[in-house]
Design a protein around this ligand. Structure first.
Ligand code: EPU
Length: 451
């Protein structure tokens, strides 16, 4: 019986991402080693949001004068975005207190080549700002990814609707012409697009007209970007709703801004607390950004308390986890970025659960690695069917992407014996000091540095 489950999942798609350039600079062969079975206890402070920081950094292309950003996480993706921006004339400097000062000092560059863009898909969000502020934006298409096909058609459709003349050549896309404004519909087959909405909103902020963005992404990271742009002088209304109205202005000025907390990091730690039946409080968060996750953890039997800026998992007497189905959806639905971690939770639940991926139907690479730790997971198209088990045992596993690596770390916390998670550079892209934070809570976890 068990063999059948295992062999079925090994047929999961084999697409892969290009190795990030910084992976070759060191840390590529590091592993995270976890010895499972420890109970956790205490508070864990959640860092600033990676996915809010990246578009805000791109937005600094639009701004005249220095921008001071607070609560910016120290992550590889943030470093890489700053490196790409530097090549485009945007300087950044990290102060001793962690604040990041950013300023566009040379506004002549408009092209981001493939060797830069391929290192981070999110850099495609610089296209709109380059075009709007510098008259031309030229970026390489980002290419494939471990989640399967990730097109940028909606980004380009939106930018075209507000005036972009689009030229496609040799794997590049060039935008030119005046930013006029217009009416844009951002919906696609999997809902709205987060970075596509960001691209259009940023370009529209410096347009000659009014832009109506219908079916805008509702993610808190988009709200944070819009509020940041407003602080710089942009005219945006309808923030937080499906319809954004942007009245173009001539220029934007630098400001100070505090990035929102990372709801995905918070959800990851909370899921880990539930899996280990531990008394853990995730702090410095915005609980209202994670109600879908709180709802599903509750359905899985967790006993959660919520304060103004924290959520606490109160251990239950039995520590039992119940099987509870989940479907990922655009915000305010359950985030695709916590699907892998939730799958690790369901792998130890009593009963069978169905996990349906409606944002990235191919995002199941982690399933095969969870199986190596004893999970029973069967893939059926955009669904994974998880038969919970109490027999989970440590092994050497490989992370395929950022959130996959988080799910493997969580599973390592409960599996018997030792789990070695390889390709740690994935986790360093999006989790600040993950092993230190878990160790401070009492986990037996360390980074093995090699090479
Ligand atoms: N899509 C299209 N056409 C487009 C753009 C997107 O069909 O032009 C589809 C995608 O293929 C996907 C869906 O729309 O099926 C949603 O993709 P979206 O564009 O919203 O994703 P994104 O903006 O590229 C951001 C996050 C991802 C997160 C997704 C969904 C950043 C830097 N990235 O990506 O975060 O999974 O939204 O919430 O904000 C992560 O942090 O691990 C991560 C992958």
């Amino acid at each position: 019986m068990r063999r059948a489950w295992v062999s079925a999942v090994l047929t999961v798609s084999g697409a892969s991402c290009v190795l990030p350039a910084y992976a070759t600079l060191g840390g590529v062969v590091d592993r995270i080693r976890i010895k499972g079975g420890r109970e956790l206890r205490g508070d864990v402070r959640i860092s600033g949001s990676k996915n809010a920081t990246l578009p805000i950094l791109a937005a600094t292309i639009l701004v005249d004068g220095p921008v001071l950003l607070r609560n910016v996480p120290q992550l590889k993706d943030v470093e890489q975005m700053c490196r790409i921006l530097k090549r485009l004339g945007v300087q950044s400097h990290r102060h001793d207190n962690g604040d990041l000062e950013v300023e566009a000092v040379d506004k002549t560059f408009y092209k981001a080549p493939y060797d830069l863009v391929r290192t981070m898909r999110a850099s495609f969000v610089m296209l709109g700002p380059l075009w709007a502020r510098r008259g031309i934006g030229e970026l390489s298409y980002p290419g494939g990814c471990v989640f399967g096909h990730r097109p940028v058609d909606l980004h380009l459709k939106g930018l075209e609707a507000i005036g972009a003349q689009i030229d496609r050549h040799d794997g590049y896309v060039t935008l030119s012409g005046p930013v006029r404004g217009g009416t844009v519909f951002m919906g696609g087959p999997f809902g709205s697009t987060v970075l596509g909405t960001a691209n259009v909103v940023m370009a529209a902020a410096l347009s000659n007209g009014i832009t109506y963005v219908e079916h805008a992404a509702l993610e808190p990271e988009i709200t944070d970007l819009c509020l940041f742009l407003k602080r710089c002088g942009a005219q945006i209304s309808g923030i937080g709703s499906h319809m954004l109205v942007i009245e173009g202005v001539e220029s934007l000025q630098g400001c100070e801004w505090t990035v929102i907390p990372d709801r995905i990091e918070a959800g990851t730690f909370l899921t880990g607390a539930v899996m280990t039946n531990s008394d853990v409080r995730v702090t410095d968060i915005e609980p209202h950004h994670m109600l879908a996750v709180i709802d599903r953890l509750g359905a899985a039997g967790a006993n959660l308390e919520m304060g103004d800026n924290w959520v606490r998992n109160v251990p239950t007497e039995t520590g039992r986890v119940l099987a509870a189905d989940v479907t990922t959806l655009p915000y305010p639905g359950f985030p695709t970025d916590i699907q892998a971690q939730y799958m690790a939770l369901m792998a130890m639940a009593d009963g069978v659960s169905v996990i349906t991926e409606k944002v990235y139907p191919e995002r199941f690479m982690h399933a095969a690695e969870l199986v190596r730790l004893g999970a029973h997971i069967r893939r059926e198209g955009p669904c994974a069917i998880v038969q919970g088990t109490s027999i989970l045992a440590g092994a050497a596993v490989m992370a395929s992407d950022l959130r996959a690596s988080a799910s493997l770390v969580l599973m390592g916390l409960v599996a018997d014996g030792q789990t070695d998670v390889g390709r740690v550079y994935h986790i360093d892209r999006g989790y600040e000091l993950i092993e230190k934070k878990f160790r401070a809570l009492g986990a037996d976890i360390e980074r093995i540095r090699e090479g």
